[in-house]
Design a protein around this ligand. Structure first.
Ligand code: CMP
Length: 143
């Protein structure tokens, strides 16, 4: 008998470069056409403090200061995506962190500017997805 399907949720962020390029709809289409469903969505301008908290795992990295400056440079769109193996599916749809390494048809290959301005963020594990979803959304905002 086949294993039970792993229906799960993950967090996606459309970053300021992609919002500025007016490709929110095209990015959402990539998720929906692969079967991921949007269960929550909001546009938000993050503060420096919020970005420092969200990306705290990267705080010792040389690119951290630039990352905070970039993510606060304009509004982002945060979404909860749900579907079969949503964490890994989202990462496949996004493509590699560096758009130069991203496969054809992926969001980063088509829309990202650089390794920093890379169009989207996606949770890297089920555990982090739970934390990142709770960072942006209350229980009553997820449908
Ligand atoms: P993201 O997947 O959101 O996780 C960390 C972010 O830091 C990454 O996407 C990029 O936007 C940014 N970043 C900037 N420089 C680098 C780098 N050299 N390696 C990885 N991420 C980087």
């Amino acid at each position: 008998m086949a294993d039970k399907e792993n229906i799960e949720q993950t967090l996606s962020i459309i970053k300021p470069d992609a919002v500025g390029k007016n490709v929110i709809g095209k990015i959402i289409d990539k998720f929906e056409s692969k079967g991921l469903k949007i269960k929550a969505m909001k546009m938000v301008q993050l503060s420096e403090k919020e970005v420092e908290e969200f990306y705290s795992v990267h705080k010792e990295k040389p690119f951290f200061k630039d990352l905070v400056e970039y993510i606060t440079s304009g509004p982002v769109v945060a979404m909860v995506l749900e579907g079969k193996d949503a964490v890994i599916e989202n990462r496949v749809i996004m493509g590699a962190t560096n758009p130069k390494d991203a496969a054809p048809g992926t969001i980063r290959r088509e829309f990202a500017e650089s390794i920093e301005a890379n169009a989207v963020h996606g949770s890297d594990s089920h555990e982090n997805a739970q934390k990142e979803i709770a960072f942006f959304f209350g229980r009553r905002e997820i449908y």
